[in-house]
Design a binder for this molecule. Structure first.
Ligand code: MG
Length: 308
């Protein structure tokens, strides 16, 4: 059931985001210390400025991409960028430094990220991965090359470093494999072959079976350990709930690591594996569009339309 997995990827990402948000920048182990018993309930707890079940910038930006893809009937990069800018002006509770710098520097869509990178020399944040669930679902049907290319282009809107583009391309393709019923872990070698050599080696390291998040050489707000941690969580767990619990428990950038983990685990295990008690609380405000708040059924409908 490819559709059920497509809904799983989108809902799984959003639920992971909302679950991890209250634990952002906390230490490892904080989640299991508070919720030792899986399935016990109450985990969608809110805190740190977030209401229980409230999704953050990760899901908000994913929704903006999805609405652009549907309304423009395809990938219209200037339109996506314009929506991102409107959202940034709307005063989101959270916005990545990288993303904010690019969306507010007043440059056109095809220059803003590149110039920001030239000036700041750092643009390999995970903000390009966190919003990839929706486009990964939309582009899967066009095959490996096309979905990886779309991942790169969407990442490049806000991230000038090619490392961020390649990480997003890898995530898109792993989702595509999962949506077709394959095991994304078995596809890693083939996907890495599509990544240019200067970047291939670094991703091969963090995606290897023996890699562990403790081996990360950067904070997990960077693209490499974030993607590596999500794949690690998928590899060492048997279901959606277990995977996102492991992701949030890593500490650090918990909402985004759990959103990326939830993208993969939702695509792998399907929407039915995402606990109802978590999707029931989920809600996605859209700064810049006053009054709009999406809930799980609307996210599911978006995923179904994009996957159809
Ligand atoms: Mg966030």
């Amino acid at each position: 059931m490819e559709r059920e997995r497509a809904v799983g990827a989108v809902l799984g990402a959003a639920v992971g985001d909302a679950l991890g948000a209250p634990f952002e920048f906390g230490p490892p182990g904080a989640f299991t210390a508070r919720f030792p018993e899986p399935g016990a309930g109450g985990e969608m707890c809110g805190g740190g400025g977030w209401d229980p079940g409230e999704a953050t910038d990760d899901t908000q930006m994913a929704v903006l991409i999805g609405e652009s893809l549907l309304e423009r009937a395809g990938l219209d990069l200037p339109d996506v960028f314009g929506r991102f800018q409107r959202w940034a002006r709307g005063g989101p509770k959270d916005i990545g430094l990288q993303t904010e710098g690019v969306l507010t520097n007043g440059l056109p869509w095809d220059q803003a990220a590149a110039l920001h990178f030239q000036v700041n020399l750092r643009a390999a944040g995970n903000g390009c991965l966190m919003r990839a669930s929706v486009p990964a679902v939309a582009f899967a049907r066009w095959g490996r090359r096309a979905t990886m290319d779309a991942g790169r282009r969407l990442a490049a809107l806000t991230h000038g470093d090619r490392a961020a583009w390649e990480g997003t391309a890898i995530l898109h393709e792993l989702v595509r494999v999962a949506l077709r019923g394959g095991d994304p872990l078995d596809a890693i070698d083939d996907v890495l072959a599509e990544v240019p050599p200067p970047h291939r080696e670094r991703y091969a390291t963090v995606l290897a079976p023996d890699w562990h998040p403790d081996l990360a050489t950067e904070f997990n707000g960077a693209v490499w350990p974030c993607l590596g941690s999500a794949v690690w969580a998928l590899r060492h767990t048997r279901g959606y709930e277990e995977a996102v619990r492991a992701a949030v428990d890593l500490g650090g950038d918990t909402d985004t690591v759990a959103a990326v983990t939830g993208t993969l685990a939702g695509a792998r295990h399907g929407a039915g594996a995402v606990p109802d008690r978590w999707t029931a609380a989920l809600h996605v405000p859209l700064p810049g569009w006053p009054g709009r708040v999406l809930r799980a059924p609307e996210l599911a409908a978006m995923a179904e339309k994009l996957a159809a």
